[in-house]
Design a binder for this molecule. Structure first.
Ligand code: AMP
Ligand code: ZN
Length: 464
C-alpha cells in the first residue's frame, strides 16, 4: 500500500507523491525558545517524527527542516502584544540570545529523550534575517506590501485566495465587528507584519531597507523553508492552531513572492489536552493543590518517576488528528503497556520460523501505518501478535528502543516460578539438600539461571 496522508488543504487523504521521486522534503514549524516545551508541544514533535520515520521506512529519503523561532513571535499569534523572547529576557534578566540558547538546548534534550530524530537542518530565525528581508523585497516588488509607522505589512486584500487553507471567509474578517484592531495603521484586520518598525525598546534589531527593526514571525518560516527546500516542497507540518493564522500567512507571502505553489501537503497535529483544557507555555510554572505530581514539561514527568518513552508510547495510542487527553492514569497504563512490550523474548516468538505468517503480519502493520499514519492501529496489531521479531523490525517507526530495552528489562516472574523459589527456600532452611537441588534443576529446565543470595534463591531469565 502506498503512503497516504490527510491534506488539510484538500480535507482529504491523498497518496503521497513527492515532487522529486523518492525524496520527501518536509518542513515543520519549530519551537519558540522562550520557555521549556510543554508536553503538548512535544506531542506535535512526536507526530512529526512518526511521519519522518514512516516515510523513511517506505524508502523515501527525508529532507527534514525545522526552524528555531528566536525572534518575532508575539504573545498573540497575530501581531499584538510583545515579542515572547523579549518578555522572557526581561523576566529572567538575561539577553534574548541567552534565553534562546538555553531553551533551545533544553528543547533538543527533551526531543532526544523522546527518541525524536533530529531534523537535518534546524535553522535559527536570527541567522536568516537577510533571507527574510530579500523575501519582503520580492513581495514589495510584486505590489503586496505597504509601510506604516508600525511596520511593513502584507496587504491581504491583494491576495485573491488568502485564507484558502483555513477556508477563511475574508469578507467577514474584513468587516467583522467583533474584531479588535489593535494596530490602527493596518488597512485590513487580516493584514500582518512582515517587518516591525519603530520599536525603540526592542532589544533584537537589524538594519533593513525600511529602517531598523525586526522580522515578523510568519516570514521566517517562508524564508527558511524556501532557502532549504525550494520554492515548492512536499510537506509542511505544525499543530492545528497554526491553520488559521501562521500557515495561512506563510502561504500568502510565499506564493505572492514566488508565484509558485508553496506546499503540496499540509499536515496538522491535534492538541494534547490536560484536564480537558489547553496547555500554555506561558503558565508552565503554575501550581495546583492536587496531591499527584503536576506534569507540564518532560522534566517534571521524569522527576515524577516516569520514563520519557512511556510518554512517547502514550502519544502513539491516539491518532495524530484526534485530541489526546493527558492524565497520570493514562501515563501509568502506557508504562504498563510498554513494560509488556519489553517483556517479549525471541525464544517465545509466535511467528518464529513461519516466514509466510511473518509477511502477512508485517503487511498488516505497514498498511495501518501507511494509512495516514495509523500508528494506534499498527501498535494494536503488533501487540496482538506479541512477536519479538515484528516489534524489532517496526521499532524503526515506533522508536521505543525495543531491542535494547527488551534485553535489559526484568520480566515479572510467573507465579509457578515464584512458587518453586519459595519451596526451594523452605527446603534449604530445613536442610533438605536433595529436594533443594531438584527444585533448582527444575528452574534451570524452565530457562532460568539460579543463584543463592542473602535473601535466598535468586533467578534470572537466561534470555534477558
Ligand atoms: P510553539 O513553541 O509555541 O511555537 O509551539 C510549538 C508547536 O507545538 C507548534 O506546532 C504548535 O502548534 C504545537 N502545540 C502548541 N500547543 C499544543 C498542544 N497543547 N498540543 C499539541 N501541540 C501543541
Ligand atoms: Zn512556522
Amino acid at each position: 500500500m502506498p503512503v497516504s496522508l490527510y491534506n488539510t488543504m484538500s480535507r482529504k487523504k491523498e497518496v503521497f507523491e513527492p515532487l522529486v521521486p523518492s525524496t520527501a522534503r518536509l518542513y515543520c514549524c519549530g519551537p519558540t525558545v522562550y520557555n521549556y516545551a510543554h508536553i503538548g508541544n512535544l506531542r506535535t514533535y512526536v507526530f512529526e517524527d512518526i511521519l519522518h520515520r514512516v516515510l523513511e521506512f517506505n524508502g523515501f529519503k527525508v529532507m527534514h527542516v525545522m526552524n528555531i523561532t528566536d525572534v518575532g513571535h508575539m504573545t498573540s499569534d497575530a501581531d499584538d502584544g510583545d515579542d515572547k523572547m523579549q518578555t522572557a529576557a526581561l523576566r529572567e534578566n538575561k539577553s534574548p540570545w541567552e534565553i534562546a540558547k538555553f531553551y533551545e538546548d533544553a528543547f533538543f534534550l527533551d526531543t532526544s529523550r523522546l527518541n525524536i530524530i533530529k531534523p537535518q537542518v534546524t535553522p535559527r530565525a536570527t541567522e536568516h534575517v537577510v533571507e527574510m528581508i530579500e523575501l519582503i523585497q520580492r513581495l514589495e516588488a510584486n505590489g503586496y506590501t505597504y509601510v506604516t509607522t508600525e511596520g511593513v505589512y502584507f496587504d491581504t486584500s491583494r491576495n485573491d485566495d488568502y485564507g484558502k487553507l483555513a477556508r477563511l471567509q475574508l469578507e467577514n474578517q474584513r468587516t467583522g465587528r467583533n474584531e479588535v484592531v489593535a494596530d490602527e495603521t493596518k488597512r485590513n484586520p487580516s493584514d500582518f507584519v512582515l517587518w516591525f518598525l519603530n520599536k525603540p525598546t526592542h532589544i533584537m534589531k537589524w538594519e533593513s531597507p525600511w529602517g531598523p527593526g525586526y522580522p515578523g514571525w510568519h516570514i521566517e518560516c517562508s524564508a527558511m523553508s524556501i532557502k532549504y527546500l525550494g520554492e515548492t516542497f512536499d510537506i509542511h507540518c505544525g499543530g492545528v492552531d497554526h491553520i488559521p493564522v501562521h500557515h495561512t500567512n506563510e502561504i500568502a507571502q510565499s506564493e505572492c513572492a514566488t508565484h509558485a505553489p508553496f506546499v503540496k501537503y499540509w499536515m496538522h497535529g491535534e492538541f494534547l489536552l490536560m484536564n480537558g483544557g489547553k496547555l500554555s507555555k506561558s503558565k508552565l510554572t503554575q501550581q495546583t493543590n492536587d496531591q499527584r505530581p503536576k506534569i507540564s514539561t518532560l522534566q517534571t514527568m521524569i522527576d515524577a518517576g516516569y520514563d520519557p518513552l512511556s510518554y512517547r508510547y502514550l502519544c502513539l495510542q491516539a491518532h495524530y488528528r484526534s485530541e489526546l487527553n493527558f492524565s497520570l492514569e493514562a501515563l501509568d497504563a502506557s508504562t504498563a503497556g510498554l513494560r509488556k512490550v519489553y517483556s517479549l523474548r525471541p525464544e517465545t516468538d509466535p511467528l518464529a520460523g513461519d516466514a509466510e505468517a511473518y509477511q502477512t503480519a508485517r503487511r498488516r502493520v505497514l498498511d495501518a501505518m501507511n494509512d495516514d499514519l495509523g500508528v494506534p492501529q499498527a501498535v494494536g496489531i503488533l501487540n496482538s501478535y506479541g512477536s519479538y521479531s515484528l516489534w524489532a523490525e517496526f521499532d524503526a517507526v515506533v522508536g521505543i528502543d525495543f531491542v535494547k530495552r527488551a534485553k535489559t528489562t526484568d520480566v515479572e516472574l510467573p507465579a509457578e516460578v515464584l512458587e518453586l523459589i519459595a519451596k526451594r527456600n523452605e527446603a534449604r532452611k530445613t536442610r533438605q539438600w536433595a529436594a533443594s537441588d531438584a527444585l533448582r534443576d527444575q528452574l534451570i529446565g524452565m530457562g532460568y539461571e539460579v543463584g543463592d543470595g542473602a535473601q535466598g534463591t535468586t533467578v534470572k531469565s537466561r534470555s534477558l
